[in-house]
Design a protein around this ligand. Structure first.
Ligand SMILES: Nc1nc2c(ncn2[C@@H]2O[C@H](COP(=O)(O)OP(=O)(O)OP(=O)(O)O)[C@@H](O)[C@H]2O)c(=O)[nH]1
Length: 213
């Protein structure tokens, strides 16, 4: 979709342990098909996609793919403050990656300024049912305790990939509309990139007032 007429840009990051599938999930969403498994991410990589919200404006998503490996943490940490949405990703076949979700959440919360960030918990690689070791129920319980929604996805089968990003984007748009998130100078989480056209009323006729006849 043409990003030129987008009204807002939302910056969204994917966080989670190494090899949980963040790059694969993002590439699947961005429609980038590359053969074989992706190389581990070094630092942060950017993708973008434009989206028409069903009950709102067209938005451009700037998607930040972060390295899960500890050695890149100082680079990825510098991005947390400038995001409005975070997909917290774990691998349903990797218990440790699930247990680290709370740490990822705390890291973001500790670096957040006054702006609100919207989270979505994602249990990825849901196609690997025979080797999964995190149940849907316990993931839902964790999500509820952290005040966020939960979804399961698979980049292998393209299960729920669009829905996960759409759900997060929709929640951001609603928070913006309700005033929980505000546009702020110098904050990269939400940026106004195209003002909506507001018809100009000739001066002196802005308040028609009661009929004088
Ligand atoms: N079965 C299955 N494998 C997946 C899925 N998504 C990713 N993988 C595999 O998981 C491995 C790691 O995927 P990446 O996308 O590189 O993981 P990452 O979280 O970006 O890793 P870092 O960049 O190191 O943080 C690769 O071998 C992928 O092919 C999925 O939905 N199902």
């Amino acid at each position: 979709m043409d990003a030129g007429r987008c009204r807002y840009q939302f910056r969204i990051a994917l966080l989670g342990d190494a090899a949980v599938g963040k790059t694969s999930l993002l590439r699947c969403y961005a429609g980038i098909a590359e053969p074989g498994a992706p190389e581990p991410t070094a630092g942060v990589e950017f993708y973008s996609r434009a989206l028409q919200l069903p009950a709102g404006p067209r938005v451009k998503l700037q998607l930040c793919d972060t390295a899960g490996h500890e050695r890149f943490r100082c680079i990825t940490r510098s991005f947390y403050r400038n995001v409005v949405g975070v997909l917290l990703v774990f691998d349903v076949t990797n218990r440790e990656s699930f247990e680290h979700i709370q740490d990822w959440h705390e890291e973001v919360m500790s670096t957040q300024g006054p702006n609100k960030v919207i989270f979505l918990l994602v249990g990825h690689k849901s196609d690997l049912q025979s080797t999964r070791c995190v149940s849907t129920q316990e993931a839902e319980e964790l999500a509820t305790s952290l005040g966020m929604a939960f979804m399961e996805t698979s980049a292998k089968t393209n299960w729920n990939v669009d829905l996960a990003f759409d759900t997060l984007t929709d929640a951001i748009q609603q928070a913006l509309q309700q005033g929980h998130i505000k546009l702020e100078e110098g904050w990269g989480g939400v940026r106004l990139i195209h003002k909506a056209h507001v018809p100009q009323v000739p001066s002196g006729r802005q308040h028609p007032g009661p009929c004088q006849c």
